[in-house]
Design a protein around this ligand. Structure first.
Ligand SMILES: [Zn+2]
Length: 286
């Protein structure tokens, strides 16, 4: 009797131990099962983040190859804006993955509130051109030039939060028109003022054809720009941000053609001056 009882008790003990073991196994399998279930979620997360980085890369401007001393560089510069075309122009630049330098006019910026911020948001550079763009006023004396320049300099800082450090003189430094308005060496004085204020100034060595009396067509702009870039390593290209749709339409074609000629694109800055001195261009990094 006692022996049978012993056997029953030991059998019950074994069953209990087996139950505990099974329970433990089940408890163990919980997190393991979760891990297996979590794997697809982790995989889809990494796929999503990879797709995100590919998309971000696609949108990013293509920078020049700094390690290549023979890299040709083109600087797209747009004067006299902003204008009603600026948003379209910015979209065209973004679509080509290039950034440009905008030498703006103060009275235009006041007409298009928020435009300067929009230009900067796209990774482009805003530089000083002139508040009034009136040759007869700015080149009359240094007092006028200084007042006009500083007004725009301060306005750009207020609007964009970024202090400008590049500029372009209306007409360029080698224009002769200013001589009609001033008897003294005003251009030399103006240049030294901008240097004193920490600015680098940039003329251009490729013009998109601003001299013509009628706005140039898209085809004419493309032809003029591309032909002038042919024998250059550094091209500082003058465009105008005006109401002429031709400039906007010409940008993608010009960028594609210049890329096929080996050019990369960059913005102007005193820290990043054009590396090559081109004939007829005055590059001054301070
Ligand atoms: Zn101008």
């Amino acid at each position: 009797m006692r022996k049978r009882l012993k056997i029953i008790i030991s059998l019950l003990g074994m069953l209990l131990a087996a139950g505990i073991l099974i329970g433990l196994r089940l408890a163990d399998s919980g997190p393991a099962a979760q891990t297996v279930n979590a794997a697809p979620a982790a995989a889809s997360d990494s796929v999503r983040s990879a797709a995100r980085s590919v998309r971000a890369k696609k949108r990013k401007p293509v920078r020049p190859d700094a390690s290549n001393p023979k890299q040709k560089i083109a600087y797209l510069t747009f004067d006299d804006g902003p204008s009603g075309m600026t948003p379209k122009l910015l979209a065209a630049l973004k679509g080509c993955r290039v950034r440009a330098t905008f030498f703006v006019v103060g009275i235009q910026a006041e007409k298009y509130p928020g435009a300067l911020r929009q230009i900067v948001r796209g990774g482009n550079v805003v530089g000083v051109h002139s508040w009034t763009h009136k040759y007869s006023y700015i080149y009359k004396n240094m007092q006028n030039f200084s007042a006009d320049f500083n007004e725009l300099k301060d306005y750009i800082k207020k609007e964009t939060g970024i202090a400008p450090n590049v500029c372009r003189f209306p007409g360029g430094t080698n224009n002769t028109v200013y001589r009609h308005y001033s008897s003294g060496p005003i251009m030399r004085q103006a240049v030294s003022l901008t240097h004193h204020l920490g600015f680098a100034y940039y003329d251009w060595n490729v013009s998109s054809g601003e001299a013509s009396s009628v706005p140039p067509s898209k085809a004419a702009i493309v032809r003029t720009v591309v032909s002038q870039c042919e024998n250059k390593r550094t091209a500082v290209i003058l465009f105008h941000d005006t109401e002429n749709q031709g400039y906007v339409d010409a940008v993608p074609e010009i960028v594609a053609k210049l890329r096929s000629m080996g050019f990369a694109f960059d913005t102007l800055s005193p820290q990043n001056p054009p590396k090559f001195r081109a004939k007829g261009v005055r590059f001054k990094a301070r």
